[in-house]
Design a protein around this ligand. Sequence first.
Ligand SMILES: *[C@@H]1O[C@H](CO)[C@@H](O)[C@H](O)[C@H]1NC(C)=O
Ligand SMILES: *[C@@H]1O[C@H](CO)[C@@H](O)[C@H](O)[C@H]1NC(C)=O
Ligand SMILES: *[C@@H]1O[C@H](CO)[C@@H](O)[C@H](O)[C@H]1NC(C)=O
Ligand SMILES: CC(=O)N[C@H]1CO[C@H](CO)[C@@H](O)[C@@H]1O
Length: 323
Amino acid sequence: MQLLPWMLALAGLMITVVSTSPIDATSPSAIRAIFLFKDVLESNTTALMTSGFNTVILFSFGVLGNGDIVYYTTNSVTGGIHTTLASNGSYVGGPALANKVQSFKTAPGTQIDRVEISMSSSGTAFQNVSSLIRRDGTGPETLLSRNFAALRKAWTLDAFNNDDESVYDVASTVRFAELLGDPAGANFPHYTAAPYTNMRFWTSALQGISTSTHLSEGFFDRVYLQEYDGGAGNDPNSWQTALAPKSSKDETVSIVPILWVTNDSKPSQGTTPAQAETRFKRWAASTASHPGVAGGGYWNDYDIEKMKSSYTAYGNALLAVFP
Ligand SMILES: *[C@@H]1O[C@H](CO)[C@@H](O)[C@H](O)[C@H]1NC(C)=O
Ligand SMILES: *[C@@H]1O[C@H](CO)[C@@H](O)[C@H](O)[C@H]1NC(C)=O
Ligand SMILES: *[C@@H]1O[C@H](CO)[C@@H](O)[C@H](O)[C@H]1NC(C)=O
Ligand SMILES: CC(=O)N[C@H]1CO[C@H](CO)[C@@H](O)[C@@H]1O
């Protein structure tokens, strides 16, 4: 997604006004996602688990030069913080975070069945990963592989989300994906992307990852397509066409358009629940040449809480289109 200055200067009272509504039987394949920008130890995770979302993507993660995996997040007390999660092959992020992240899928009444972590290119994480892989390779015995394995296990993660917005190196992207998906190593079940531009890069990355003999079929399974700010002009149909299988070994990925909720950072890029429902409805409609998109989602929970918007209203907009 995008790191903006306001994201590091955080304070204020967060009250979410939501009403409860029973959720009807839902389709196992519909995707209703939300990026979690707010510190998961502070956000209203009860509301997040019971408002119709079935996928949460925690934002954002980095890799240091020594292979440590860190979580950059927001916190009203300390301001922007980072927590070291994995180091020297072990999980070191502490039980409170592990319990909180695990609870997304295990708490009674939760509707979430998939938890992802998103790595952004706003720092030098991808460069750090490339140099570690150049030095050590991608085997299960490498430091980076053991750190990702430890974090995936401690948090019971389902996917790694690639939010590269600047580096765009196909070869190292494929090697990193091979490290993440290695069943004998980090063993992430799935891999996803969060593009806002550069269809050519993402097409090549998908091609490389989906044809890799080191990765299982269906590993790269979703693209969360940014539909605001720098990505406001993205047409999900064009991305579907570009990312459609070109050979029998290529895989179909689900295109999931992502809208920015009402916010005071870039008000013109905000979308109310009613506006979101209208846009999702249009993208969900099949045409002669394209099936409709498989789901939708939002950037991000922090703004929902800050603006005192309703998780239920945003969740219901998704449920109305992607039941
Ligand atoms: C969290 O959301 C629920 C509704 O799902 C609400 O009842 C509760 O008051 C909220 N908690 C906080 C701390 O805002
Ligand atoms: C990459 O590693 C360097 C050196 O450890 C560190 O300063 C930098 O923050 C890292 N980048 C990210 C995004 O974590
Ligand atoms: C790293 O872990 C290994 C065991 O896997 C241990 O022998 C070594 O002392 C650790 N190094 C540090 C700096 O903690
Ligand atoms: C589309 C939309 O709802 N934009 C809102 C984003 O946040 C600002 C600040 O509250 C509102 O003024 C906008 O209406």
